[in-house]
Design a protein around this ligand. Structure first.
Ligand code: H79
Length: 426
């Protein structure tokens, strides 16, 4: 029963495949990435000017939502609170929030409304780690910005109070903003995991408030176990890496996953990071995810004034142009029932097999095991019929089907998709 409920709530997620991750907060002001306070061991006072200065006069999440939609993304996840503890939402439990900055308003509320209005699913990222809260952490200072400082070592942390605060904020996020589709916790480490967060209790509350919200696997349970904890989450969350063979649990069953990947080298805005992935790299990455049963959550880091960097916009629009013509090889698709071919990758939805041709060799393209199984073949981008043939020298290429293209009609500069309609009996 629990298993079926889980599969049902994951339905949309496994169909939609492509989402926008948004890292935004005070760290956009120093513009050196979201770990800046930690990396530069700043005290709360040293970080305070960014709170005073934060004034996102260009914030218009309707534009972000339009961009996400244009890119072919179907959902988004925004940092309601990152490790620095600053809340983009109007929490009653802290003064360290957007409403008390020059923004003077609840930035999460506007995000949720804007993305929903574009028909996108909305997710919230919530950091378990909190470098601002006086009761965090009780006994652990390995990655705290104040690690090693005398004041920090001397302080009396009552971690229970932090855990109540954290539960309280999660409750606010799931109560005040309508249906939340994804709750993205980040992250557990060392002994800071599972019941240290009172995770069973937390998840019981979450399920009570929003039975269908999807939860990532970063509360510290083991999602790959034969019987995962109640708080093990709904999907795995590989970060800055695509799993070589997808993800399976101890029983050998596929586990839903979502790779989160940055567009340049940082999550939060970085003023001098120009090391962007190309649209081609992003598209091929997304295809790789789907070919292995996974999703791609692609990150943008809006600047301190609330604008998504021009370069990010450019790449996303280019991705969108490809998605517009080839999206049916992504949405609703999953790993195919054929092995990875040498010229590219397969995705599949029911009886439609999508061949993503990434590499064009000499001569016709060979499709193993497709001989006699294909009703029709079309180039997805323009619907053009693809000339398929079985080989004249039969025995030598048993089981293979071949597709003939003039060289120029299959440039494979990004990914040329052929849609095969398979016979029912495949
Ligand atoms: O929000 C983005 C990042 O800020 C956050 N997750 C994405 C989505 C993130 N950054 N780093 N990490 C997650 C993992 C960091 C792990 C480490 Fe460590 C911190 C390695 C060394 C210090 C964990 C804690 C392992 C040792 C101590």
């Amino acid at each position: 029963m629990q298993q079926i409920e889980k599969e049902n709530r994951l339905d949309w997620f496994m169909q939609d495949r492509f989402g926008m991750f948004i890292h935004w907060g005070l760290y956009a002001v120093p513009a050196r990435g979201e770990w800046v306070r930690n990396q530069e061991k700043m005290s709360i006072e040293a970080y305070q000017p960014y709170f005073e200065d934060f004034d996102p006069d260009l914030y218009d999440p309707r534009q972000w939502a339009k961009l996400a939609k244009e890119a072919g993304m179907k959902y988004a996840v925004m940092t309601a609170k990152h490790h620095d503890g600053f809340c983009l939402f109007d929490s009653k439990l802290t003064e360290y929030k957007a409403t008390n900055t020059k923004a003077q308003r609840d930035l999460v509320k506007e995000y949720v409304d804007a993305f929903r209005a574009e028909g996108l699913k909305v997710g919230l990222y919530y950091s378990l780690i909190d470098w601002h809260h006086p009761d965090y952490p009780a006994y652990h200072d390995r990655i705290h910005p104040m690690r090693g400082s005398d004041a920090f070592k001397a302080a009396q942390h009552q971690f229970d109070r932090y855990v109540s605060y954290m539960h309280g904020q999660v409750k606010e996020l799931l109560t005040n903003y309508g249906t939340i589709d994804v709750l993205w916790f980040d992250f557990s480490y060392d002994e800071m995991k599972g019941e240290t967060w009172k995770a069973s209790e937390l998840v019981a509350m979450i399920r009570e408030l929003q039975p269908n919200v999807l939860i990532d696997n970063r509360l510290g349970g083991n999602l790959l176990a034969a019987e995962p904890e109640s708080y093990a989450g709904d999907f795995a969350s590989p970060e800055q890496i695509l799993p070589p063979k997808g993800i399976v649990n101890e029983l050998g069953n596929a586990v839903p996953w979502e790779a989160c990947i940055t567009l340049n080298q940082h999550w939060g805005y970085h003023a001098y990071d120009e090391d962007y992935k190309t649209a081609k790299t992003v598209i091929r990455g997304l295809v790789e995810c789907v070919s292995k049963n996974g999703n791609l959550l692609l990150n943008v880091g809006p600047d301190a004034r609330g604008a998504i960097p021009e370069k990010s916009q450019e790449v996303l629009r280019e991705v969108g142009a490809w998605m517009k013509r080839n999206g049916s090889s992504i949405y609703g698709c999953a790993a195919a029932s054929f092995d990875k071919p040498e010229w590219g990758r397969y995705t599949q939805a029911g009886n439609t097999l999508y061949a993503h041709i990434l590499e064009r060799g000499i001569g016709p393209i060979a499709f193993e095991d497709l001989q006699g199984r294909v009703k029709q073949a079309r180039r997805l981008a323009d619907g053009a019929e693809v000339n398929i043939s079985t080989p004249w020298n039969g025995e030598a290429f048993k089981g293979y089907l071949f597709a003939n293209f003039p060289q120029a009609s299959l440039p494979c500069d990004i990914d040329t998709v052929i849609a095969f309609e398979l016979n029912e009996d495949k």
